[in-house]
Design a protein around this ligand. Structure first.
Ligand code: PSV
Ligand code: MN
Ligand code: MN
Length: 391
């Protein structure tokens, strides 16, 4: 049995944990080879929000939903936010989309054509207007911009163009709004990406000012990258704004968080706990960024929330006093053993207790399956076009 400093504090921290779900996780998605449509999938932003609210109802830990514009475009965003509020969730990060228009073949904000750069930057400003209307705090920027061939465009000019667009978006932010700048190693550009790594994102954020922070998508790194080091570094610099959690075996697979490498998720969450950054008041947005191609979507999102909770519980169980003592005395094996003891603890009974204390079913997936919601949406959502990438 490992020593736990204060189990009631652990339970309190778990009960307070917040995980944001992505509207696009509920729509149809697939690979470039095939999208397998599922019955009951949402047709509108409202139906996506209803599904996100359902995840929150069974987990008690997912009270906000990220939107993606224009996938979630509506005439009245304030009304959409009120609709979400009535279902017990709020509008989370507003994700921009400057990657699905023919104009962006050579890039969006880094495009050599100033007219196309203007169009892309205007979309970023439109997203801030959506934030104003919905009460969202976070403008999430991911740029697919990059080039496929050496010499295709000037690497440095593209950085200048990126900085100009970011500056315009940053200057449009309200006092309580901020930018989350996401990076991605490769894809869709294969030779050079304009925001390929955390260092590039970090440097642009520092140049912009304190309201710009880095978003770490766990699927956006080279194999073997030590993501928890990036977490520790950015926390130390006060520039970690958000996570996009998902799982990867090979590339940007967008599978359920904690599915491929739960140990990595534990190591990441340990750095969060180590920095006292779990509390929602610290401002880190723990988001999921996933697409459920073959599995049922709502229970997959519920499972993902539970996987993040399990990794967090294990991180909270690390005996930090014993760890510090072992580290200070050069106890290599002892320090590692303290870490592994926490990781190898079965935290499911603890989380079941935390849920029961909140009046929730201790088994959210089973409770969802029993609820009849899936059957209801399958019957109700007949006709119309199902939402999906690009719809
Ligand atoms: C890009 O791969 C990404 O992870 C970005 O976060 C996008 O916003 C998201 O996927 C959905 O397109
Ligand atoms: Mn992402
Ligand atoms: Mn991605």
């Amino acid at each position: 049995m490992i020593a736990v400093p204060d189990l009631s504090a652990v339970k309190q921290a778990l009960a307070a944990q917040r995980i944001e779900t992505p509207s696009w996780a509920f729509g149809n998605s697939g690979t470039r080879f095939k999208v397998f449509a599922q019955p009951g999938v949402p047709r509108t932003p409202e139906e996506k929000i209803a599904d996100a609210a359902t995840v929150n109802r069974f987990t008690g830990a997912a009270p906000s939903v990220a939107l993606h514009i224009p996938w979630d475009r509506v005439d009245d965003y304030a009304a959409l936010a009120r609709y979400a509020g009535d279902l017990g969730v709020s509008v989370g990060a507003i994700n921009t989309n400057v990657f699905q228009d023919d104009d962006y073949k050579l890039g969006s904000v880094t495009n050599p054509d100033p007219g196309i750069r203007r169009k892309a930057t205007d979309h970023l400003l439109e997203a801030v207007a959506v934030m104003d209307a919905t009460g969202s705090r976070d403008l999430k920027l991911w740029f697919s911009d990059g080039i496929n061939y050496p010499g295709q465009d000037d690497l440095r000019d593209r950085q200048d163009r990126l900085a100009t667009a970011l500056r315009e978006a940053y200057d449009r932010l309200g006092d309580d709004q901020r930018i989350l700048l996401e990076y991605k190693l490769f894809e869709p550009a294969f030779y050079a990406t304009d925001v390929p790594d955390w260092g590039t994102s970090f440097a642009h954020c520092v140049e912009l000012g304190p309201k710009a922070t880095v978003c770490i998508d766990t699927g956006h790194h080279a194999p073997g990258t030590n993501i928890e080091f990036i977490v520790a570094f950015l926390l130390r610099q006060d520039r970690l704004g958000a996570f996009d959690f998902n799982s990867r075996f090979y590339a940007d697979d967008d599978l359920m968080a904690g599915a491929a490498d739960p140990f990595q998720l534990f190591r990441i969450m340990y750095e969060i706990v180590r920095a006292d950054a779990l509390d929602p008041a610290r401002g880190i947005n723990f988001m999921l960024d996933q697409c459920h191609n073959i599995e049922a979507k709502i229970p997959a999102v519920i499972r993902s929330v539970m996987n993040v909770q399990e990794a967090t519980a294990k991180a909270l169980l690390v005996d930090r006093a014993a760890l510090a003592a072992a580290q200070r005395s050069g106890g290599v094996l002892e320090a590692n053993a303290v870490f592994m003891d926490a990781y190898n603890t079965d935290v499911r009974p603890l989380l079941a207790e935390v849920r029961a204390d909140q009046g929730l079913d201790p088994d959210p997936v089973a409770a969802y399956k029993r609820s009849g919601y899936q059957e209801r949406i399958t019957a109700d959502r007949a006709g119309g076009e199902q939402a999906g990438w690009g719809a």
